[in-house]
Design a protein around this ligand. Structure first.
Ligand code: SF4
Length: 96
């Protein structure tokens, strides 16, 4: 019988080649501060959007799955840049 992996276990199989010189997603924290819903906190499957201890939005593009959900759901346009990583960078999906 093949073991069924949980979502966190599956996500942990992915590899990332992080582009340290060019972020493919950039947020404007001042806009995020004015946003009421902050949908990004709930919809990012990689849980990359967080509030720090001061209540300020923090984001790290390093573990991005490139799904595009935050781009669609960012109502107040706090995401000022969204693109795919440059060639050879980003997530490398691995299927178990
Ligand atoms: S593209 Fe997807 S995984 Fe990447 S930050 Fe946005 S919601 Fe999270």
């Amino acid at each position: 019988m093949i073991a069924r992996l949980s979502a966190p276990e599956l996500l942990s199989k992915n590899k990332f080649n992080v582009d340290e010189e060019e972020a493919h997603i950039i947020i404007d924290k001042a806009i995020c501060a004015r946003c009421g819903e902050k949908a990004c906190l709930y919809i990012c499957p990689a849980v990359l959007y967080k509030l720090d201890k001061n209540g300020e939005m923090s984001f790290d593009y390093a573990g991005c799955l490139e799904c595009g959900t935050c781009r669609v759901m960012c109502k107040d346009k706090g995401i000022v840049k969204w693109g795919y990583p440059r060639g050879t960078f980003g997530v490398n999906y691995r299927c178990g």
